[in-house]
Design a binder for this molecule. Structure first.
Ligand code: CLF
Ligand code: SF4
Length: 502
């Protein structure tokens, strides 16, 4: 048996295209043409692997919106690309350019500048395009990216293409106006407010037209969809099928975030979001039709840093005004660091190829045998390594190991139990919350873990493991899975290939 790291297509087909059978690379980008690989290899949202190494930032230059979604109110970030939370500062294009250069000089791993709100970037075309125009001239080594609800997209495609914007996200929650009317109470179109099914129909037509126009021009399109249980959850499989057919590159199904305190319609009405399991199930079902993004962090419209971290506080307007930036010098430094990451990734790829040739050392009975998949949680602070203390994790990455290999499934947010207040019970509840968030996992890999959480995790049937600290994530998961096989932990679930295919 060979264990490898699966890309989305391979995992979907049940491991049908392994490296040994077709010679393709096993990383997530291995199956793509070179021109597309070039566009996505350092984009943290378009490449799952890149998000461990490269950072993105958003500049909040777009306050207005031309539609209303039931999961948003204007006081909060755009739920297209964010979690609820007001943006700290709205920027002018000039401030946005300064901030981008300051971040790029300070965080050389920053490769992508996105405009994602807090309203809709294309409903604020002057501010959005002024920012893009200046950045494409003054910071040419940064990729530009935009996220939109799609209503104004067809009219903006030419200008997006002119500024070399290679990545566009459209939030498409439905292709049926009946369903759309339950998500969008109104749109603002041709100087009029339009409501109900008629509004949803116009929005859907504009989104689909915009998608087709972008694909015609070779611009990569990612489609975001908000999963709203009981409203569009079943329907999103159809959305996935259609956008794939039209040439979208990636589909990102995100969970609805709705809390009464956000003041959104859904929040106030008690509309629930999906559970981790429901989200995973839908993503798996949609994956039959296209590549799925599973590492989205629903960023704020002013997020800065690696996905999942937010360093925005380091770059407030007053702080960047005081910074002296020599951008030419910064570009040289960035190029060296990017080259170093490229070498590290090439090295990782070589190791993957070597791993693919490793056989599980547990005797002939393992050959031609499948074992049940095992879900494992990982605490990491980036770099694709197991390098975080269990108690410092604010999220866990969830992987599935199976006879076909390792695949990333989702991330789960948690509160840091170790900064909770010992005296008022917060610590216990945060720890209990962390353990609950790992439901379904059998192992948690971290760099270190305290005695108390160790015991509680074991009681919950989750094996803590600190033996693979500072090792690459996939290699460690493969090693743990192989050990579980070799020590007979998966014996009760062993199924022969003949039974599997029957
Ligand atoms: Fe920003 Fe969006 Fe560009 Fe990424 S985010 S505009 S594509 S640079 Fe990324 Fe954040 Fe998810 Fe968006 S993790 S919310 S998908
Ligand atoms: Fe809010 Fe974005 Fe919807 Fe506009 S498109 S209402 S900003 S979520």
């Amino acid at each position: 048996m060979e264990l490898t790291v699966l890309n989305e297509t391979q995992s979907e087909s049940g491991g049908g295209c392994s490296s040994s059978s077709c010679g393709s690379s096993n990383d997530q980008l291995g199956h793509l043409p070179d021109a597309i690989k070039e566009k996505v290899h350092n984009h943290p949202c378009y490449s799952e692997e890149a998000h461990h190494y490269f950072a993105r930032m958003h500049v909040a230059v777009a306050p207005a919106c031309n539609i209303q979604c039931h999961y948003c109110n204007r006081k909060y970030d755009c739920a297209n690309e964010s979690r609820p939370g007001v943006v700290s500062e709205l920027l002018t294009p000039d401030q946005a350019v300064k901030k981008t250069k300051a971040v790029a000089a300070t965080i050389p791993q920053m490769t992508v500048l996105g405009i994602a709100g807090p309203g809709d970037p294309l409903a604020n075309p002057e501010r959005t395009f002024e920012t893009f125009r200046r950045l494409s001239a003054e910071a040419p080594d940064i990729k530009l990216c935009v996220s939109t609800n799609g209503l104004a997209l067809p009219d903006a495609v030419e200008e997006l293409a002119q500024h070399n914007i290679d990545h566009v996200t459209i939030t498409i929650n439905c292709v049926d106006p009946e369903i759309g009317a339950k998500i969008y109470p109104w749109i603002f179109w041709n100087n009029r407010r339009i409501r109900g099914k008629k509004a949803a129909k116009i929005l859907i037509e504009q989104q689909q037209k915009g998608l087709e126009m972008l694909v015609e021009r070779g611009i990569l399109v990612k489609v975001n969809s908000v999963m709203i249980p009981g409203v569009n959850d079943d329907h999103l499989k159809e959305v996935s099928r259609i956008v794939k057919q039209k040439g979208a590159f990636l589909h990102n199904v995100m969970p609805l975030i709705a809390e009464a305190e956000h003041g959104t319609f859904y929040g106030v009405m008690g509309q629930r979001g999906p559970s981790n399991e429901e989200l995973m199930e839908l993503q798996d079902e949609c994956a039959g039709d296209m590549n799925m993004m599973r590492h989205c962090r629903q960023c704020r419209a002013d997020a800065v840093g690696l996905l999942g971290e937010d360093r925005g506080d380091e770059f407030t307007i007053d702080k960047i005004e005081e910074m002296e930036i020599d951008y030419d010098e910064a570009m040289k430094k960035r190029a060296v660091i990017h080259q170093g990451i490229a070498e590290e990734l090439a090295e990782k790829e070589k190791k993957r190829a070597a791993l693919a040739a490793v056989k599980v050392p547990s005797g002939p009975s393992v050959e031609n045998t499948n074992f049940r998949p095992v879900m494992m949680a990982v605490a990491t602070s980036g770099g694709g390594m197991i390098n975080q203390h269990f108690g410092h994790a604010t999220e866990f990455l969830i992987y599935e190991a199976s006879s076909q290999g390792v695949r990333f499934i989702q991330h789960r947010k948690v509160d840091q139990y170790c900064i909770g207040n010992d005296t008022c019970g917060e610590k216990e509840s945060a720890l209990a919350g962390s353990i609950r968030s790992l439901s379904g996992c059998e192992v948690v890999l971290c760099s270190k873990i305290g005695f108390e959480p160790w015991g509680l995790l074991e009681e919950a049937g989750i094996q803590p493991n600190g033996e693979h600290a500072m090792e690459p994530i996939e290699e460690a998961i493969i090693a743990v899975y192989e050990e579980m096989i070799a020590t007979g932990k998966l014996d009760e679930s062993r199924v022969s290939d003949t039974q599997m295919s029957a």
